[in-house]
Write a protein that binds this ligand. Structure first.
Ligand code: HEC
Length: 294
């Protein structure tokens, strides 16, 4: 007859496995919140009660079986089960090494003269081993049959979640408009990326001009605002009245106000920071040194 494990440990481990399986199942179908749903909690309570009943039946059987054993065997079993699980754990960790080797069976290999000790494995070690088996089985089947712990599905889910969050963020953040926008140094780097995506085909990635004019010089075809930065924002928003190639990116909804603010900050910075205009395209329009005076 094997030794008995404390009922609290049994119930606790069974319950954890069940809760873990619940979690696996619910998570793979995106219903994580149901773990704390009243009906789920009721279910856990019922399972706990059933486990208690099962354990008391087990205890009863254990005691009845003891009755049929000889005095000698009974003494041995009771000695083994002395104290609770934690106590036996304590006994194992702080045992007297001489004590533990006393009743150990020795296996004689004979041919090489090595004597092997057939020590009994500690309970906690065996239990840990069982738990890993259970967990690996759960993971194996859930990976095969449902979405849980499947990296591709997880990636897909978090990708979609992120898109949704971005959408909400965009909806709730006010977009920049011509009357409120101003040059922001911190936006230059983001602006460079957006400029390369949307504008470089016509203006060259460094802004030195191609189909569109050179944006790094002090010559301007369009002057619709009294401020260089606002002038840039306005042209990107409204497009050029003179040439439809420069289309109204903001008005048409192609680029959002906040992104236009980034691009404008970038264009403003390359126009101001290039002491000498980058040579690619010849100057077009009028030379403007002082933006305040018309
Ligand atoms: C399809 C080509 C094309 C694209 C794409 C384009 N532009 Fe232009 N852009 C032009 C042309 C052509 C002009 C000259 C308009 C005119 O003659 O009035 C211009 C003019 C401008 C001007 C005013 C220059 C001046 O001297 O008045 C600015 C500023 C500007 N573009 C910025 C941008 C930015 C920023 C983007 C990207 C969001 C962009 N452009 C995308 C073709 C383009």
């Amino acid at each position: 007859m094997r030794s008995k494990i404390s009922s609290t440990i049994v119930i606790f481990s069974f319950l954890s496995v069940i809760i873990f399986m619940f979690y696996v199942f619910l998570k793979s179908y995106n219903h994580e919140s149901y773990i704390i749903h009243p009906i789920t909690i009721l279910f856990f309570v019922i399972v706990t009660i059933l486990l208690f009943i099962l354990e008391s039946i087990n205890n009863l059987i254990f005691r009845i079986k003891l009755k049929f054993l000889s005095q000698e065997e009974k003494k041995k079993i009771l000695e083994k089960n002395e104290g609770n699980y934690l106590y036996s754990l304590y006994k194992f960790i702080f045992h007297d090494p001489k004590e533990i080797n006393k009743g150990v069976q020795k296996i004689d290999h004979g041919f090489d003269g090595i004597l092997e000790m057939d020590n009994e494995l500690p309970l906690w070690w065996i239990h840990l081993f069982y738990i890993t088996i259970v967990f690996s089985a759960i993971y194996f089947f859930s990976y095969l049959l449902i979405d849980f712990s499947n990296p591709y599905k997880e990636y897909d889910r978090s990708y979609k979640k992120q898109l949704r969050e971005i959408e909400i963020f965009e909806k709730n953040t006010p977009q920049a408009s011509l009357d409120k926008t101003f040059f922001k140094k911190t936006l230059i780097n983001d602006g460079r990326v957006l400029f390369n995506e949307n504008c470089a085909t016509c203006h060259q990635s460094d802004g030195s001009g191609n189909i569109g004019p050179n944006l790094t010089d002090i010559y301007w075809i369009n002057r619709v605002e009294k401020d260089l930065y606002k002038n840039i924002f306005s042209i990107i928003w409204n497009g050029s009245e003179k040439n439809p190639s420069m289309r109204p990116f903001g008005k048409s909804g192609e680029i959002k106000g906040n992104d236009i603010e980034k691009i404008s900050s970038y264009v403003y910075s390359i126009n101001r920071n290039n002491k000498k205009p980058l040579k690619h395209k010849e100057p077009q329009g009028k030379k403007i040194l002082d933006w305040n005076n018309v």
